[in-house]
Design a binder for this molecule. Structure first.
Ligand SMILES: Nc1ncnc2c1ncn2[C@@H]1O[C@H](COP(=O)(O)OP(=O)(O)OP(=O)(O)O)[C@@H](O)[C@H]1O
Ligand SMILES: [Mg+2]
Length: 393
């Protein structure tokens, strides 16, 4: 069972919201409604988040991200649609039951979240537990542990104004971690931080996630952040989810020009991994090694490959081996078995349009390179034809 499910969620602000939903369902768009004085903040959003996943909602300012998040924890009532948390319909709970779920199972970290200035770091981190009525000794113990996880061991007795912005943000994270909530909702939690600290916080979140395995919904307007953190990403535009998929899906097969325009600034070579772009192992069987000998078995392919990498290797590390050999790079699992191959043409195809060779010999200057260039064009066409799941469609 999914931990969290949104089913056909709508949120309309303004007069006669129910009527507005009907109009949206029959094809009206956001602008038409706005002319009538209503704002369709979220339109027909459906998705599910699996336990232990980081689900990222990405979109420009005003696209409806925060509104969506507030419906996920019941702070806002959907105009239409349902939110299921562990199979339980949040929209059908009594106010008291909803408060209970929210206090015990869901934790929210805001962008401009405030620490209490006259409470110590420890008391701030323990605040969520205090609200739940957890006795002092117990909540201090858990707040200690959470601060340690958030990298703030030793700062328990400090005051908030003695901490840098990044450290204050960590206290916010610790507060959320201390509550033991299964579901963390993070709204632009790192956006106020400068880039280096922000990256650091992303790393910290990813490494915490490896052990804690919470379910996280993370909101950001930054695609690079979305791609670093998200197991799945929903791209929102004007209240609608216009694409739902993995970082690779969004990079390789953007659902439309709007999404594609976001991906221009993303460094594909660092986001994409060998595992995401590799071809089936059998595609290399029957091809030849550098000296013309036929590769008959997976072992032959591994032996002839210019490099052997794991599935999570960023493709930037495949440039050099791919430029030195026509034999594909071998991708193996932890046991050393061949699980895929990355031929040069595949690498070029996913890197997108620019055909300027960034590494000598990678493209253009050899016959194989020119063939690759054709494959790239063909590959891009294919990619454009396979529109990925667009949510709510
Ligand atoms: N309480 C409200 N009353 C009326 N309109 C609202 C309300 N809350 C949000 N909106 C409108 O809904 C739309 C979506 O707002 P929302 O805050 O969800 O966007 P966002 O994607 O979180 O933006 P940002 O990146 O700036 O935080 C906006 O047009 C906003 O003006
Ligand atoms: Mg917002």
């Amino acid at each position: 069972m999914s931990r969290l499910q949104a089913e056909g969620l709508y949120k309309v602000f303004g007069r006669r919201p129910g009527e507005a939903v009907k109009k949206l369902e029959s094809g009206s768009d956001r602008d038409e409604l706005r002319a009538e004085g209503t704002t369709a903040a979220v339109i027909d959003a459906s998705f599910s988040v699996e336990p232990g996943q980081i689900f990222v909602v990405m979109g420009l300012s005003g696209s409806g991200k925060s509104t969506l998040l507030r419906m996920l924890n019941g702070l806002l009532d959907p105009t239409a649609g349902r939110v299921l948390f562990d199979g339980q319909d949040l929209t059908a709970l009594s106010p008291k039951d909803l408060r209970d779920v929210r206090a015990k199972k869901i934790s929210m970290v805001f962008q401009h979240f405030a620490l209490f200035p006259h409470r110590s770091v420890l008391e701030n981190a323990a605040y969520g537990l205090e609200v739940q009525g957890v006795p002092r000794a117990e909540r201090e113990k858990r707040a200690h542990e959470a601060l340690e996880m958030a990298g703030l061991k030793g700062w328990e007795k400090s005051w908030p104004d003695e901490l840098s912005g990044g450290m204050q943000q960590r206290v916010g994270l610790a507060r959320a971690l201390a509550t033991d909530a299964d579901l963390l909702l993070m709204d632009e939690s790192f956006s106020a931080l400068d880039p280096l600290i922000r990256r650091d916080m992303q790393d910290q979140l990813l490494s915490l996630q490896k052990t804690l395995k919470k379910t996280i919904v993370f909101i950001t307007h930054d695609l690079n952040e979305a791609m670093r953190l998200g197991d799945n990403i929903a791209v929102m535009r004007d209240g609608r989810i216009v694409q739902l998929g993995t970082a690779e899906d969004i990079l390789v097969t953007p659902a439309n020009d709007y999404v594609a325009s976001f991906t221009q600034d993303v460094d594909r070579s660092r986001v994409l991994t060998a595992g995401a772009i590799m071809a089936e192992p059998h595609t290399a069987i029957g091809t030849q090694d550098e000296s013309g000998k036929e590769l008959r078995t997976p072992q032959d392919v591994i032996a002839a490959a210019p490099a052997t990498v794991s599935a999570d290797t960023p493709i930037i590390e495949l440039f050099t081996p791919c430029s030195t050999s026509a034999v594909p790079v071998a991708v193996t699992d932890a046991k050393g078995s061949l699980i895929g191959v990355v031929p040069r043409s595949r690498l070029l195809a996913v890197l997108g349009e620019p055909m300027e060779p960034t590494v000598p010999g990678l493209a253009g200057d050899t016959e194989a390179g020119q063939q690759d260039a054709k494959n790239v064009k063909a590959g891009r066409q294919d990619a454009k034809n396979v529109k990925k799941v667009s949510a709510g469609a």
